[in-house]
Structures are given as C-alpha cells and as structure tokens.
Design a protein around this ligand. Structure first.
Ligand code: GUN
Length: 284
C-alpha cells in the first residue's frame, strides 16, 4: 500500500479561512475581534519561530494580537502579574505562555493562574478535567488539531486500536483523552514501555509525539494503519524531520502526515479556533 497524504497545511488554511470569515461577520455586527496574548519568556529559538507564526496567523485572521516578549530573567511574580492583568482585560480572550519557560519559572503555577475561560492552550487542570470527563471546553491545540485532520479521512475512530507514543501534557495525554472520547481503544506508550515495536505493530492508528527523529520505524507500521507524526525535529543540515521514519512508513500506511506540512499548521489554526470560541461562542 502507498499512503494518502493528510495535508495539514491545506486543512489548516481552510480552517483559518473559515475563522477569518466568522471574525469578519462578528465584527460587522459590532463585536470586538478576538484578542490573543502569547507570552514568551526568554529567547528559545524554536519558541521564537512558533510565536512569530502565531502572530502572523493572528493578524491574517483579523485577531487583535497582544504578544508579549519578556526577558529571560523576568521573575515568576512578574509573569503572574502580567497574567492577572490580561485575565482582567476584556479585549483579551485567550492567553498562552509559550513553553518551555526558563528554569526559574514554575510552569504549573503559571498555567493555573490563567483564567480557565481564557486558557486557549487547554492546559489548565480545569480544562484537562473537562476533557477527561467528556465535557470538553478548551482542548489542547495539537491533539485537537489531529482530531480535525482525522475527521477529514472519513474513517470512524470507534473501535480502532490506537497507539499514542509519548505521554506529555501537551500531546500524548490529551491525545489519549480525545481518542478515548471517540471510543477508540487507546494504548499510551512512553519511555518505560516494553517492546514498543510490538505495540505499534498492532495499531490501526499511531500518533507519535516524542521529539526524537525517526524513532518509530516504518517496518513497525501495520499495513493500512493511519500514521500521525507530531514531531518536528530540526536536523544538523537545517531540514525538518518527524518522529516517524517517513518513507518506509508511507509504503505501509493508508494515511500519513508529512513533516513539515502535517500536524504543525493545525496547532496554530486550532489555537485561533479556541480563541474565537472564547470570543463569540463560549458561555463561561
Ligand atoms: N510549546 C510547544 N507546543 C506548545 C503549545 O501548544 N503551547 C504552548 N504554550 N507552548 C508550546
């Protein structure tokens, strides 16, 4: 089998267009544009790229962009005070703090300080709890974007054997919850998992988010499986590479996401979607 490509770049462009149209409609009715505050502490190079891309997407969709770049030595108290200010600002509908943060900053306390109704990353324990109890409100952007892509295949997820490789709060755990909520049978693998190859080889759907280039081998993929690669790894020669060995996996899979142009663009489009939900549709 040769896999069909799940074109995240095209699906994200479609989603961003529909968001832009909705914003135009709401603004014509006299509503405020959605406001998104992206806070970055320090100068992590990968974060700088993500934050710049978020800013551009925000502006193109007609959002108010309230990005704040703070020096690496900013204290925990200063970040918390900024969040308090943004929580109280009715032109700001969504607040995110780009991760990772410098070592002296405690990300858990920061995440909990963001009002759950402005937590467009979906990382606050309130929103994680809502997802875990099948009452999702603001769901983490990368896994939710993956669900939007999976819907495009038209393949029902109910009853599929899904294997999620990686158990992070940003990708693996919310991905498990999203798939479980669609009644897939989900196995979550992590660094202590025994015989990863065996687990992956039984999967109808594999989602990999570990940040290790080519960690999942193409030969592990079951014939006809759906392969979703969340990894974006920059190689020494400057090229980007996923967590899955693409060429060999694509020979066995039914659907596969490329890197770049797969899951990556969906994360930003879903962030806009969450922010628009807060601005116009969430009663919270
Ligand atoms: N770092 C990597 N991915 C993300 C994300 O989705 N949100 C935030 N805030 N930081 C990240």
């Amino acid at each position: 089998m040769s896999a069909k490509i799940l074109d995240g770049k095209a699906i994200a462009a479609e989603l961003r267009d529909s968001i832009q149209q909705e914003v135009e409609k709401q603004v014509a009715l006299g509503k405020k544009p959605p406001g998104l505050a992206v806070i970055m502490v320090g100068e992590d190079p990968a974060s700088q790229v993500y934050v710049r891309n978020k800013k551009i997407a925000c502006q193109k969709a007609g959002f108010k962009d309230v990005s704040v770049v703070l020096p690496a030595e900013t204290s925990q108290e200063e970040v918390l005070a900024l969040i308090d200010k943004l929580n109280a600002d009715d032109e700001v509908h969504g607040i995110i703090v780009q991760l990772p943060v410098p070592d002296h900053i405690d990300p858990e306390e920061i995440i909990e300080r963001i009002h759950p109704c402005k937590d467009v990353d979906g990382f606050h324990p309130y929103n994680v709890g809502r997802l875990a109890t099948r009452m999702p409100q603001l769901a983490p952007c990368t896994p939710h974007g993956v669900m939007t892509m999976l819907a495009k295949t038209g393949i029902p997820l109910r009853g599929l054997n899904a294997v999620v490789v990686g158990a992070s709060n940003i990708v693996g755990v919310p991905m498990m919850l999203e798939l479980l909520n669609e009644r897939a049978t989900v196995t979550v693998c992590h660094s202590a998992t025994k015989d990863l190859a065996q687990k992956v080889s039984e999967a109808d759907l594999v989602v990999v988010g570990v940040g290790i280039p080519n960690m999942v081998k193409g030969e592990w993929i079951k014939e006809g499986a759906i392969v979703i690669d969340v990894g974006i790894n920059r190689m020494d020669d400057g090229t980007l590479c996923g967590d899955v060995e693409y060429d060999t996996a694509a020979q066995r899979a039914s659907w596969i996401t490329p890197v770049p142009g797969g899951v990556g663009p969906m994360t930003i489009a879903t962030l806009l979607e969450n922010t628009m939900q807060v601005a116009y549709h969430l009663d919270c």
